[in-house]
Write a protein that binds this ligand. Structure first.
Ligand SMILES: NC(=O)c1ccc[n+]([C@@H]2O[C@H](COP(=O)([O-])OP(=O)(O)OC[C@H]3O[C@@H](n4cnc5c(N)ncnc54)[C@H](OP(=O)(O)O)[C@@H]3O)[C@@H](O)[C@H]2O)c1
Length: 271
């Protein structure tokens, strides 16, 4: 059996990882969620014999230590792959120099994004490292974003979601630091961007249609992003497509790419 832990498995990209990985009966798939009772979409697959659910918040050292004990009890003490997917934008979607910014709110958002998207990566990795050292694959995957890539930002001129970008940029650096430190133990560590993904099929959502102004703002963002990939069709990927592509990258990535940020395409085509 090959064991996988996916954090943030209640919905979105994390849930789709559980769905696709659990289709192979030779996989033991463990989803980490903050609340099993509230993870209604996960319940559709959690009855499968090779799916397990463990509760935990990735920003707590103590809770992640306990989660690692629960995972060890399921797998017999080892873990082959960890997919650290929990995370996301904390707070508003603002740029740094927006005159409407409240300075204290901006500071709070910087700290919140750093904790959720970067510090959590160190907490989670260190909690599970003893299990991963006993695993066969030794792969640590951080789900990151091109929004945290300096070159993408430079090429596109995209100033939005600034505090989130700082959190993911720090996560990309964390991936390289672990890659450097664990290379001698044959670990492969990757920051992996999932693309621009429509996750609405995996959650109960606000089904309100975007307003005319929302659409105008979105088109302005797309006008910038397309500069990084002129043939982009301006459409989000489906969550199924993104995860299928990411799993291919995860299975094929080797030591020469350890520490990099790669896209769902295994390169720097981010969209
Ligand atoms: N969707 C995109 O286009 C896109 C693009 C680039 C990068 N990403 C990255 O991909 C990852 C997944 O994104 P998504 O779109 O699937 O997001 P999502 O639908 O908002 O799901 C986020 C997941 O993270 C969990 N989570 C949040 N805070 C947590 C915490 N403190 N402890 C444990 N779990 C926590 C959530 O659990 P609860 O249900 O308990 O809230 C949920 O399962 C994120 O890291 C995101 O930054 C997404």
């Amino acid at each position: 059996m090959t064991s996988y832990l996916v954090t943030g498995a209640s919905r979105g990209i994390g849930l789709e990882f559980i769905r696709q990985l659990s289709q192979d009966p030779n996989n033991t798939v463990i989803g980490l969620v903050r609340s099993a009772a509230k993870s209604v979409y996960l319940q559709e697959v959690s009855d499968l014999p090779n799916v397990h659910v463990v509760e935990g918040d990735v920003t707590s050292v103590e809770i992640m230590k306990k989660a690692a004990e629960s995972v060890a009890a399921i797998t017999g003490g080892s873990l082959d792959y960890i997919i650290e997917n929990a995370g996301g934008a904390y707070g508003a979607d603002t740029s740094f120099a927006n005159p409407n910014n409240d300075p204290s709110t901006l500071v709070e958002e910087l700290k919140g994004n750093f904790e959720l998207n970067a510090v959590s990566g160190v907490i989670t990795t260190n909690a599970f490292l003893p299990l991963l050292r006993k695993g066969k694959a030794k792969k640590i995957i951080f789900i990151s974003s091109a929004i945290g890539d300096i070159q993408f930002t430079r090429v596109t001129g995209f100033a939005g979601t600034a505090a989130y970008g700082v959190g993911k940029a720090a996560l990309n650096f964390i991936a390289q630091k672990y890659a450097s430190e664990l290379a001698a133990e044959n670990f492969v560590v990757l920051a992996l961007s999932p693309g621009f993904v429509d996750t609405s099929s995996t959650k109960e959502g606000d089904q309100t249609q975007p307003s005319e102004e929302d659409m105008k703002n979105l088109q302005a963002v797309f006008d910038q992003w397309v500069k990084s990939q002129p043939d982009w069709d301006r459409k989000p990927l489906t969550v199924q497509d993104s995860v299928t592509k990411q799993l291919k990258v995860i299975s094929t990535v080797g030591p020469k790419d350890s520490g990099k940020l790669l896209s769902q395409n295994g390169n720097t085509a981010w969209l």
